[in-house]
Ligand binder design. Structure first.
Ligand SMILES: [Zn+2]
Length: 224
């Protein structure tokens, strides 16, 4: 089963993907993490991406597509039975078209797109209050999901930090780019009858109950 998690920055994608992985034993492909890894390993793609990001430029679709394709094919071969969750990809219509083509060539397809729909006020408030574990990447929110020990991760006791791009001007810039480039994917997948919309203004726990129902329903259909 292949599922896409779609939503604005701050809509709760990180939190929901952690919950999905834990509950359903999904394998995750998060483009942000893949790029961070390529950059820290100083690979050819990593160095290219680093230079682009440093100049405030976006990474071209061709590079992202290639990277996701390689990861996706490798993971599907390694791990035929478990589900794959895509987080942070596709980010544009062109990426979605490439993904559909890659999957079709491998007799596969996207089974569902879970759209975390949140209003702008909610996402800004969430990002401003977001802290991330510097060790394991777990996400915390200083309003709704405080760690048991202040400033420390519940899972691994790692130090909780701000992400360096979680400042208000940077958030606004990312949101403008999201509404322009990524939000059109909602219609793209709706017309293909793949879209499931979750109200992401509510608490993550409430949204996750709905997500569980969707995944259970789809996997039951696939088993038939
Ligand atoms: Zn941690």
């Amino acid at each position: 089963m292949k599922i896409i998690l779609l939503g604005a920055p701050g809509s709760g994608k990180g939190t929901q993907s952690q919950k999905i992985i834990k509950k359903f034993n999904f394998d995750i492909i998060a483009t942000g993490d893949i790029f961070r890894k390529e950059i820290s390993n100083k690979t050819k793609i990593g160095l290219e991406a680093k230079a682009l990001i440093k100049n405030g430029q976006l990474i071209p679709d061709a590079i992202t597509n290639e990277l996701v394709k390689n990861t996706l094919l490798k993971r599907s071969l390694d791990n035929k039975n478990s589900g794959i969750l895509l987080d942070g990809y596709p980010r544009t219509i062109s990426q979605a078209q490439t993904l559909d083509k890659t999957l079709a060539e491998n007799s596969s397809q996207i089974d569902a797109v879970i759209y975390l729909k949140a209003n702008e006020k909610t996402v800004i408030e969430r990002i401003v209050n977001r802290r991330i574990c510097s060790e394991c990447g777990s996400v915390y929110n200083m309003l709704h999901s405080l760690p048991a020990k202040p400033g420390r991760c519940d899972n691994c006791n790692g130090l909780l930090i701000y992400r360096s791009d979680d400042t208000l001007p940077s958030i606004k810039k990312r949101l403008i780019s999201y509404y322009k480039n990524t939000e059109p994917l909602v219609e793209y997948y709706e017309t293909r009858h793949k879209l499931y919309t979750i109200d992401a203004n509510q608490l993550a726990e409430v949204g996750f109950v709905e997500i569980q129902k969707i995944i259970t329903q789809i996997s039951a259909k696939k088993d038939k």
